[in-house]
Design a protein around this ligand. Structure first.
Ligand code: ADP
Ligand code: 5GP
Length: 202
């Protein structure tokens, strides 16, 4: 059986990652999602165990000590990390899994698993990014300023990614993500069984 594919999604805060992922999972419910462990406070509307497990700094540092994280990073004063086991279990079972991480996390995963396929969600412009982040209304002015600084650093590293998805129109961006995913499934190394099956019956 083929192993599943790891898809990495990154992009500056406010670029629309969550919005696109909600639409993506409606269209492709079979894709698994890696739930991150994080130490930031829960936002209004967030639910424990859906996108994130909200844990303490001490619990997070224990996970680092026990090598339970595939990658982790500190972002605007909080830890964010990807638990290793659920990702390894899903790809062993042949399932594709989506991991949302920042650029440092993506680089760590690519180093350990170069076969992972990475996508960077690009806003149409920096001004639009600021509009979306402010418009979301989840962060204070001070945090928005810090996130915009971090966004600039992330956009400068977008060329490290395999694919750039521009999120101008939501439906188009979701279709672009699905196209990347489909093309990965069609790669010859994923289709070996078909070649063998056809040849066997010759
Ligand atoms: P992220 O997960 O990358 O931080 P969000 O998905 O929370 O970003 O999106 C930030 C804000 O921008 C939200 O208010 C969302 O509704 C809005 N948004 C997302 N995509 C678009 C788009 N293509 N056009 C206009 N607004 C968008
Ligand atoms: P937010 O606080 O807006 O939910 O996320 C802030 C940043 O952390 C985003 O860039 C997001 O992609 C990133 N992030 C989310 N989960 C992880 C993770 O598990 N690891 C790393 N390195 N970054 C993450």
């Amino acid at each position: 059986m083929n192993k599943g594919v790891i898809f990495i999604i990154s992009g500056p805060s406010g670029s629309g990652k969550d919005t696109l992922m909600v639409e993506l999972f409606k269209k492709c419910p079979e894709i698994k999602f890696s739930i991150s462990s994080i130490t930031r406070a829960m936002r209004v509307g967030e639910v424990e165990g859906v996108k994130y497990n909200f844990i303490s700094k001490e619990q997070f540092e224990q996970m680092i000590k026990e090598d339970k994280l595939l990658e982790y990073n500190s972002y605007v004063g909080n830890y964010y990390g990807t638990p290793r086991k659920p990702v390894e279990d899903e790809i062993e079972k042949g399932n594709n899994i989506l991991i949302e991480v920042d650029v440092n996390g993506a680089a760590q995963i690519k180093e350990k698993m170069p076969e992972a396929v990475s996508m960077f969600i690009m806003p149409p412009s920096f001004e639009e990014l600021e509009r979306r982040l402010s418009g979301r209304g989840t962060e204070s002015e001070e945090l928005i300023r810090k996130r915009m600084q971090s966004s600039l650093d992330e956009i400068k590293r977008a060329s490290e990614y395999d694919y750039i998805i521009v999120n101008d129109d939501i439906a188009t961006a979701v279709d672009d993500i699905i196209s990347v995913m489909r093309s990965c499934q069609l790669r010859q190394e994923k289709q070996k069984h078909i070649i063998e099956e056809v040849l066997e019956k010759c």
